[in-house]
Design a protein around this ligand. Structure first.
Ligand code: MF3
Ligand code: CO
Ligand code: CO
Length: 290
């Protein structure tokens, strides 16, 4: 099927999916979520991030699904694993960039000698699967061992910021309303919103219009219409919002090395609100502290 020429598309290039397309997105989203649900068992101090990715790869294959990220622009893994001050696109098994407390020199690209998690590390795991041609994209936060209070707060606020964004999803509202809801909440909690990465349309493709900004002005941006499918995936920092990409051309970190967190859902606009495609079947999307 030619995604460019079939069906309805807004003047901003945003596809309006049919009622029957929601089922495909629910199936793909459910798989991404159930893989993340099992993730908690594989996150603990001493666990290498490469091992977490290996387990995820197996689960995608066992489900008879595809990974959207393997082979995407040369990326070779079924997940992104972003630890501590890594904002997004952390490469599993590639060695964890050293944080503030760990660095003695001023070398911004120092990495730990291996990719094992340490007690108190916080990490985002991002998985995108393809089921019957539909893309399910979700990420959430995990903690190895016991989180520090500030890290726990960052994770809580980032989760709640995403959910506030989702509450703004209904026909008649705009994409600016989503960004505005996220930004005002995050900044009100004295955290910053990353500007350099955004959510995206998806469906039978991984990344499509529009760019879903996690900041913005109420009433601005394209109007939300029934049948739009997209991700909302805010990244919040404890410090400043600026990021930089390391020399591996993937790993994005906070410039000031402050901690960063992210949650991502794939959603679809319904006649009176929205469907969350990547809801956790086990109710584990929000981390519960043990
Ligand atoms: N899943 C990410 C997103 O939310 C994209 C990862 S692309 C990769 O859009 F190549 F880095 F895996
Ligand atoms: Co995404
Ligand atoms: Co993602």
């Amino acid at each position: 099927m030619d995604d460019k020429h079939d069906g309805r598309v807004t003047r901003e290039g945003i596809r309006l999916h049919e009622r029957g397309d929601f089922a495909g997105m629910h199936a793909a989203g459910r798989l991404a979520a159930s893989i993340l649900d099992e993730g908690a068992e594989f996150v603990f101090p001493g666990q290498p991030t490469g091992e977490i990715d290996r387990i995820i790869t197996e689960k995608v294959e066992a489900a008879g699904a595809g990974s959207a990220t393997i082979g995407y622009r040369g990326y070779q893994h079924a997940s992104c694993i972003s630890v501590n001050h890594v904002v997004c696109h952390g490469i599993p098994g590639a060695g964890i960039p050293m944080g503030k407390d760990e660095t003695i020199s001023r070398n911004l690209e120092k990495r730990r000698p291996d990719d094992r998690l340490l007690d108190g590390d916080i990490l985002n795991i991002d998985v995108t699967v393809i089921v019957d041609g539909w893309f399910g994209d979700s990420s959430r936060m995990f903690v190895a061992g016991k989180p520090r209070p500030q890290a726990e707060r960052l994770i809580q606020v980032t989760h709640d910021a995403l959910m506030r964004g989702i509450e703004a999803v209904r026909p008649g509202n705009t994409f600016g309303d989503i960004g505005h809801a996220i930004q005002t909440y995050a900044e009100g909690q004295r955290m910053s919103v990353v500007r350099d990465f955004c959510g995206h349309g998806l469906g039978r493709v991984f990344h499509a219009p529009p760019n879903v900004l996690h900041y913005g002005r109420a009433g601005h941006g394209p109007r939300l219409e029934e049948g739009m499918f997209f991700t909302i995936e805010p990244m919040l920092n404890l410090g400043r919002p600026e990021t930089k990409v390391l020399s591996d051309d993937w790993t994005a970190v906070t410039r000031d090395k402050s901690l960063s967190a992210q949650f991502e859902h794939s959603v679809g606009v319904t006649s009176d609100g929205c469907d969350i495609f990547t809801l956790s079947p086990a109710g584990r999307f929000h981390p519960t502290w043990g």
